[in-house]
Write a protein that binds this ligand. Structure first.
Ligand SMILES: *[C@@H]1O[C@H](CO)[C@@H](O)[C@H](O)[C@H]1NC(C)=O
Ligand SMILES: *[C@@H]1O[C@H](CO)[C@@H](O)[C@H](O)[C@H]1NC(C)=O
Ligand SMILES: *[C@@H]1O[C@H](CO)[C@@H](O)[C@H](O)[C@H]1NC(C)=O
Length: 355
């Protein structure tokens, strides 16, 4: 509480000097009320108790889920256990999760701290899984090959780069080829958390390939989810603390030019794109303050929105699911498969619903 008071005072003080960013209460949507939106048939996924921060569903119905994120200032229910990648087969009647075994001699399992994930499937149907990892709170991208028979991930490579210092999410366009968001970048090491709360930290999007690494968009207030349209022509970027989703045109040379932005009244986290319809499904935090200051009595709420026809004059935005945190706390991601919706959270459970 003292920390909160101090931050409030400092925030108010600084607000007098700045007009380019809203106050941190507004940015964190501190007073966000949650009007519930229910779905008819929802079940918590058995075996997920310490987060399902990111997930990706393959066209075959296999879902990869990253679990056990440890992130500065954010709750963890299993602080002493390494994170893991879970597999769920959505074709099953009552799907359960299985922890994928990780093989490969150079990989340190004890410090595994997975965050955003993305898959890439090549012409031979080999599935690569790219995982943002924070061993000791640093940032790397781990490249794995998925071995379906063995239910394991073979570690192929660790990617590090000075332009990938604080990774959040990643979208793969090849096995060693991706766009990634750096959610923050501190100007002064000792003022880290102040910079983040006050919106002074930088945040940017990087294009990475083995031969070229380049910042393609910057100036975000916590760039978070990133994804790409099914035709590969547009890139969507969620700006968490500004409550915006930006649409960029992607060029053949991988540069991005801004096309439009949509405003929301909630913190937009991960963006999932329906491969068939092109709709965006977004995991959101209606009261983001409760993510950063966890109180089990007043847990963070969950909310999922769907955006249809984003490129048109009038995109259709629907709140598909919203709940005050009694069932599901801190939703980050939502993705659809055959009329069902799988919702993940930062540090708590996962929910599987009929639409
Ligand atoms: C990349 O392509 C775009 C669109 O064709 C062009 O406007 C831009 O100048 C190119 N940028 C570079 C660095 O080549
Ligand atoms: C979450 O976002 C990351 C990139 O930001 C993406 O790779 C991943 O596929 C997203 N999750 C879903 C379900 O789309
Ligand atoms: C959350 O919603 C449930 C069901 O609508 C209600 O019973 C509960 O009191 C609410 N909790 C809070 C903290 O608002």
């Amino acid at each position: 509480m003292a920390k909160l008071m101090l931050l409030t005072l400092l925030g108010l003080g600084l607000a007098l000097f700045r007009d380019h960013r809203a106050s941190y209460q507004a940015r964190l949507n501190a007073f966000g009320e949650v009007k519930p939106v229910e779905l008819p048939n929802c079940n918590l996924v058995k075996g997920i108790e310490s987060g399902s921060e990111d997930l990706e569903i393959l066209p075959s119905g296999l879902a990869f889920i990253s679990s056990g994120l440890k992130y500065p200032e954010i709750k963890s229910f299993e602080p002493d256990k390494p994170g893991k990648i879970l597999l769920m087969d959505l074709n099953e009647e009552d799907p359960t999760v299985l922890e994928l075994k990780i093989t490969g001699s150079k990989f340190d399992h004890s410090s595994f701290n997975p965050h955003g994930i993305s898959t890439f499937t090549d012409e031979d149907n080999t599935v690569y899984l790219l995982v943002v990892n924070h061993p000791d709170f640093k940032s790397t991208v781990e490249l794995f090959k998925f071995q379906e028979e063995e239910k394991s991930l073979l570690h192929l490579k660790t990617i590090r780069h000075e332009l990938l210092p604080n990774l959040n999410d990643i979208v793969a366009v090849g096995p060693e080829h991706f766009y990634a968001t750096n959610d923050h970048y501190f100007v002064d090491h000792y003022l880290r958390s102040w910079e983040l709360y006050l919106g002074l930290a930088w945040s940017y999007v990087v294009y990475y390939s083995p031969t070229e690494v380049q910042v393609m968009a910057d100036g975000f207030d916590f760039a978070n989810g990133i994804n790409i349209s099914p035709d590969g022509k547009y890139v969507y970027i969620g700006e968490l603390l500004a409550h915006k989703i930006h649409v960029y045109e992607k060029h053949a040379n991988w540069t991005l030019t801004p096309l439009k932005s949509l405003d929301f009244n909630t913190l937009v986290d991960n963006i999932s794109v329906d491969p068939v319809t092109g709709d965006l499904w977004v995991g959101c935090h209606p009261n983001g303050m409760r993510i950063f200051f966890y109180d089990p009595e007043n847990p963070p709420a969950s909310e999922v929105i769907r955006i249809q026809n984003i490129l048109t004059e009038e995109p259709k935005v629907t709140r598909v699911y919203a709940e005050n945190g009694t069932v599901l706390q801190g939703s980050t991601v939502a993705s659809v498969y055959k009329g069902k919706l799988l919702i993940g959270t930062v540090f708590q459970k996962a929910l599987y619903c009929e639409l």
